[in-house]
Ligand binder design. Sequence first.
Ligand code: GLY
Ligand code: MN
Ligand code: MN
Length: 473
Amino acid sequence: MAKGRKNGLYPEISEELSALMRTGWADTERHDLVPDEQAPHAAARRARLSARFPGERLVIPSGNLKTRSNDDDYPFRPYSGYVHMTGDQARDGALVLEPRADGGHDAYCFQLPRDSRDNDEFWTGATAELWTGRRRTLAESARVLGLPCRDVRTAAEELAAVPAGGPVPTRIVRGIDPALERAVATDEERDAELAEVLSDLRLVKDAWELGELRKAVDSTVRGFTDAIADLSTAVATSERWIEGTFFRRARLEGNAVGYGSICAAGDHATIMHWTDNDGPVRPGDLLLFDAGVETRTLYTADVTRTLPVSGTFTPLQRKVYDAVYEAQEAGMAAVKPGAHYRDFHEAAQRHLAARLVEWGFIEGPAERAYALGLQRRFTMAGTGHMLGLDVHDCARARNEAYVDGVLEPGMVLTVEPGLYFQPDDLTVPEEWRGIGVRIEDDLVVTDSGHENLSAGLPRSADEVEAWMARVAG
Ligand code: GLY
Ligand code: MN
Ligand code: MN
């Protein structure tokens, strides 16, 4: 929090106070720090990036704080491409890959170091550590990250300087750090290619990332169990209770939630991104609960279960649920190395199109309905997406590597078909209106097929009912 603000009680700092503040501090430099366990993996990722841009300087910023009001900031979330290439989460940082004559790169990191105690910055400045907590020294950052580190406060100047040998062709990821962006005069299209490659390079997860995603899913399973165990309190209060219960688990075991939890009871289940979570939870209704714990290293799960609040599905709810379950089974069966990314989506959507034709909600035959995409009125979204540091991971990857690509071992994705009958949809009988069902699991592609990381959560209608009978309070 920046001090000396308008309406501050102490506009003046006496010389005596200033002198008093500067003295009497212990040396807290940490010499015990060792490289983060992710450091060698980040180095391997940087090597792959380096090979794509010989002779060019690459600047990958982490991002800055965003003001919420006055001297209050929103929680900081670093740019995922920066996290992937460094393992670091510091604000105001930037990774630089400096080209070498042999075509490779030397990597270093700009960091915001500790405030000096030789002036008043550390307790009155915009980044005052005394108010927001101790940062790492540059030497500490170098040890943890396994990278040389420099002071970010001179980064713009250093990057703008033209070296004796002439300008260095440079690319920066845009939209992350406006000051650094201004300092390097770069070409928008070439910069977009850098962002694209950074996204591509995250499509296949390394062993360390898979371990983190497993942790994220395992914590998420515990968070779902917490929320279901306390469902009676949600019935007595609102969807907010479910959100809060899951969030407590996310904070305890991870960093936070990886996206706004969707705690959607009754009609709200038909709203894809319902995050207001302020409605009632009524027995007889369905609860569509979509949430994911994000690890402290920022990898997130993304899981959905749709549950009967009373503990038992009505025959109609079960009919819809079973159709979505079968679609998910068909989708998951199509997740294997060498399959096209679109295959699992198409398998699930075909199944749902056939059911919707059978029920008389769209005109058949089923293959024609599917070809025309008629099922989309009720399925709304695609059947999944890549998962990792971002919930919708690798969003800037090349189409040919992602939606038009082929699955490879190490890719992690969600399979999440759904059916949503809007409360005001006059094309379906009244009793169907307001029913929304999604089932979402997180799969890793293996050498021989896939592993469902979220298999720890009951999934079929019978399993869900048995689970609720066991756990729900
Ligand atoms: N929770 C967002 C999604 O399922 O894609
Ligand atoms: Mn989800
Ligand atoms: Mn999802």
